[in-house]
Design a protein around this ligand. Structure first.
Ligand SMILES: Nc1ncnc2c1ncn2[C@@H]1O[C@H](COP(=O)(O)OP(=O)(O)OP(=O)(O)O)[C@@H](O)[C@H]1O
Ligand SMILES: [Mg+2]
Length: 511
């Protein structure tokens, strides 16, 4: 007897439906065809045990399983449940009339319990698109799949539940989520809040500007100054995610099987990979491509703590995706693209010992050591960072102050307003949405200076010995400062403030 049952394969952040045909005939043998990988080929052992332990069996007949389309590579153990139910149905051990209305996926363990799968959200999106009635999957993935409307989602923990559902019409509990309500609920409660940071008003201002214009930023300061603490709070002042952005971000996290209990991720992600990270883990890849940290930070913040400690080549591979806002991974037979639009926040100590020009420093570094250390971050990556700011530790009396400072939600309101004027400014452009993305032509157009401001900038650049690459960056940041103020034009005050945010261009640093 021939039966069809459905599953899905994920490529990039999109899923494709897989038709699994199971034919049970007289004879003997077990054949699995249609480009399955090793994990799938091994599935018969798991399936045999799982069935046995639940009172069923793989029949001693000739079983042929075809996974179509045959040219699409299928990988992983998520098809165990699909195949097991297919075999039971094709060998008439169970009645399953409406099997073809469902997508069924899950990894089996030997006792028949069901383990999570990757990519439940993109699979659910595709299932709805193709008109399936329901999606039966591991219960720990049910919430992320239930984000999709108009699809019945059933989370299961054991193969027995699935068997009884089809064979004995024992009902399964449907997972229902009001996506919009969940989304709105979590919007206003950022995990980390700027009100926890005492003092540091100047740095907070700086981060507000960075958030408002989408500027990449680097924080320079000695150990314990609060760099990590500040960076962690940046997502909380970025404009709230739209439902569409939240879906995009959740999809990527779903693909690596890392969606938390909330189902939909309504908070912007904050990723902080260790400096020993490999190229593949950072930008994505591998023989079965997986998204890397830059994609997991999509619509959020990527924090590179201790930037000079990262291997230079790792930083190099990040340059292109930083520009394109997506990363493409090519393999012989296919290419996948993962979105990677993130804000980069980096931090560094001012010297390998951690201190710079500080007479009380416990460690000192020789000029040669300093030069070697700093030269690691010079060049192309630094070219993509608009704002440099020095962070000095807050004195004790400020730290012990009771007074609460401004909350992230309040700062975010100003940021959002400034972003709105940018959205309007660049409404004609498909690629540019905020100030940090401006090209040279747009900088000339939107950051036009009067004679006095021009003079001011020229003098400052000469006096502070700023490099030429600082020029455009200062203009972009000035534009954002003006936007925060609601000013049409960029004036001298805006310029003077922006000039302060170029520490690394000054003499004595990177030179
Ligand atoms: N302005 C501040 N307000 C409140 N707590 C602070 C502040 N600055 C530092 N701290 C406290 O000091 C701790 C250390 O800060 P953090 O880890 O962010 O420093 P860092 O600059 O990243 O240091 P390192 O270079 O060692 O990584 C924080 O966890 C926090 O408890
Ligand atoms: Mg730190």
């Amino acid at each position: 007897m021939l039966k069809k049952i459905y599953a899905s394969a994920v490529f990039g952040v999109e899923a494709s439906t897989i038709t699994v045909e199971v034919n049970v005939d007289s004879g003997i043998g077990y054949h699995l065809v249609g480009l399955p990988d090793n994990a799938i080929k091994e599935s018969n052992f798991r399936i045999a045990a799982a069935l046995q332990n639940n009172g069923y069996k793989i029949p001693g007949k000739k079983i042929t399983i075809n996974m179509a389309p045959a040219d699409l590579r299928k990988e992983g153990s998520a098809y165990d449940l699909t195949l097991a139910i297919g075999i039971l149905s094709a060998s008439q051990q169970i009645q399953a009339e409406n099997l073809d209305q469902y997508l069924i996926m899950g990894e089996l363990s030997l006792d028949g319990s069901i383990h999570p799968i990757k990519g439940a959200l993109p699979i659910a999106v595709k299932a709805r698109e193709e008109g399936f009635k329901g999606f039966i999957l591991p219960s720990s993935n049910a919430k992320e799949a239930a984000i999709v409307n108009d699809l019945e989602v059933y989370g299961v923990d054991n193969i027995k539940q699935v068997i009884d559902y089809f064979d004995k019409a024992v009902s399964l509990e449907q997972t229902i989520i009001d996506t919009r309500e969940e989304f709105n609920k979590s919007l206003n409660f950022p995990e980390f809040d700027f009100s926890d940071v005492k003092g540091q008003e100047g740095i907070k201002r700086c981060m507000e500007i960075a958030a408002a214009g989408g500027h990449n930023i680097i924080l320079i300061g000695p150990p314990g100054a609060g760099k990590t603490m500040l960076a962690k709070r940046l997502p909380s002042i970025l404009p709230p995610m739209t439902l569409y952005e939240a879906l995009e971000t959740t999809k990527i996290h779903s693909v690596v099987g890392r969606v938390k209990d909330t189902g939909l991720m309504a908070q912007r992600p904050f990723r902080s990979p260790h400096h020993t990270i490999s190229n593949v883990a950072l930008v994505g890849g591998g023989s079965y491509p997986q998204p890397g940290e830059i994609s997991l930070s999509h619509n959020g913040v990527l924090f590179l703590d201790e930037l000079p400690e990262f291997k230079r080549e790792v930083l190099e591979v990040m340059r292109q995706p930083l520009e394109d806002r997506e990363v493409t991974i090519s393999r012989a037979k296919f290419t996948v693209t993962y979105p990677s639009s993130f804000m980069l926040v980096a931090s560094m100590n001012p010297s390998p010992g951690g201190y710079f020009n500080d007479p009380n420093a416990p460690v000192t570094s020789s000029p040669a050591e300093m030069q070697r250390y700093l030269s690691k971050v010079s060049g192309p990556l630094l070219d993509r960072i608009d704002i440099h700011i020095e962070v000095t530790p807050v004195p004790f009396d400020k730290l012990s102050e009771e007074r609460k400072s401004e909350s992230s939600v309040t700062i975010r309101e100003r940021v959002t307003k400034a972003r709105e004027s940018q959205t309007q400014r660049f409404s004609d452009s498909e690629t540019v949405h905020y100030n940090a993305q401006m090209n040279t032509k747009q900088i000339r157009k939107y950051c036009a200076l009067d004679a006095a401001s021009k003079d001011l900038l020229k003098t400052a650049m000469e006096r502070l010995n700023l490099s030429a690459r600082a020029y455009d960056r200062i203009l972009k940041v000035s534009r954002t400062i003006a936007d925060l103020e609601g000013s049409e034009t960029v004036n001298g005050t805006h310029i003077s403030e922006a000039i302060q945010y170029r520490s690394l261009d000054r003499e004595g640093w990177l030179g």
